[in-house]
Design a protein around this ligand. Structure first.
Ligand code: MN
Length: 374
């Protein structure tokens, strides 16, 4: 009773304080030279169609396109090479939606003081490659062509003549097209492969027992890349924790494909800094492609993916490790296996994927790379 009374007294004594707001200022639209009203959209994050980080959209695949860029974002909406949950065909637009609070006018990193969009490189969003959803062989050929066209355009920089790409997957099969394209410009590359799965499975082991067609999938693309001579034997996986299918053959085959393994739990012993050092040592002196399967993260941080595996890294650990790779000759990269339908309402997976793209862009801007013909 006493406390109820004191609350009433407090309430009545508070009535003495008037809260007044200043009058609302009238919005004055800026005037156009011709006397018409106009709208200033500088820095607007939620206006217009959604591109990655509000970057300019360039129709890079259009025959008449003449706009120059140094780094291109390309979506690869393809998910029929997945062995569990489909949905990564919606990954590119999911990642773009996850990036909508990032804007080139206000993207100054608290960690390094840089704004990746305000340095030397012209960075654009090329939209998505048009890929049929009804035939994997045709779709991957279409993606090969899209990579070829986009990496074949003129750069804005006079010093570095080949545009580099960051691909938004798409299931992991799409990385094969990116590696075929980078091989043409840069030769065989080391792959730093962030993933919970090794993805070097022999098509005879994963899928190929059914048909040759089925052997080309998101768990065999690195084996195929090795067979095609696209990758060096100085490649490395990071974050591995999923079981292998054939105890002896799979790991032997993985080494044959050129890979070393950092497991997910190795970070407990090595620390993120130790992981960075091991990755850098492995690929030292070579050109590097960085492929990030978002399932390298724990499903707590990235539930929206095709083949989730528990016991993974946190988003902060992954971003720390990626940013720690600054100085490597990164000639391309991707973030794949983002299937937004399995995300929760807070969108942790697409938010994480868009920050991964930001880190990849920063690595590429930090270290411009000359192509063979430069
Ligand atoms: Mn994976």
């Amino acid at each position: 009773m006493i406390s109820a009374l004191s609350i009433l007294l407090l309430a009545s004594s508070a009535a003495g304080r008037d809260i007044t707001f200043p009058p609302v200022a009238g919005y004055q639209a800026p005037m156009h030279v011709a006397g018409h009203e106009s709208i200033d959209i500088t820095g607007a994050k939620f206006a217009g169609l959604t591109t990655f980080a509000n970057l300019p959209y360039v129709h890079c695949l259009g025959e008449s396109s003449s706009e120059k860029y140094d780094i291109a974002i390309l979506g690869a909406p393809f998910d029929t090479g997945v062995t569990a949950r489909p949905g990564a065909r919606f990954g590119p637009n999911g990642i773009r939606a996850g990036s909508r609070r990032i804007h080139p006018d206000s993207a100054w990193s608290i960690y390094n003081g840089k704004n990746v969009f305000k340095e030397w490189a012209t960075i654009v969003d090329c939209g998505d490659a048009p890929l049929t959803v009804l035939d994997n062989t045709v779709a991957l050929k279409q993606l090969d062509v899209a990579h070829k066209i986009i990496s074949g355009r003129a750069t804005n920089s006079t010093d570095y003549a080949v545009p580099r790409l960051v691909t938004l997957g798409g299931d992991h099969t799409t990385t094969l097209s990116a590696l075929r394209s980078t091989f043409k410009h840069w030769g065989a590359v080391s792959v730093i492969h962030f993933d919970s799965h090794i993805d070097t499975w022999d098509p005879e082991v994963l899928g190929g027992g059914v048909s040759h067609y089925a052997g080309v999938n998101h768990g065999t693309f690195l084996h195929i890349a090795h067979e095609e001579g696209l990758i060096r034997n100085t490649s490395i996986h990071a974050g591995i924790r999923a079981p292998v299918i054939n105890k002896k053959h799979d790991l032997r085959n993985d080494r044959k494909c050129g890979f070393e393994i950092i497991t997910a739990r190795d970070i407990d012993r090595l620390t993120p800094q130790g992981v960075i050092e091991k990755l850098k040592r492995r690929v030292a002196g070579t050109k590097v492609y960085i492929s990030v399967d978002i399932d390298v993260l724990d499903p707590a941080y990235a539930p929206a993916t095709g083949t989730a595996e528990v016991g993974g890294w946190t988003t902060r650990e992954l971003l720390t490790i990626l940013d720690g790779l600054s100085g490597l000759d990164v000639i391309g990269g991707d973030v794949v296996e983002v299937a937004p339908i399995y995300d929760n309402a807070g969108e942790p997976t697409t938010l994480a994927a868009s920050e991964v793209v930001m880190s990849l862009l920063q690595l590429m801007v930090d270290q411009p790379v000359k192509a063979e013909q430069d």
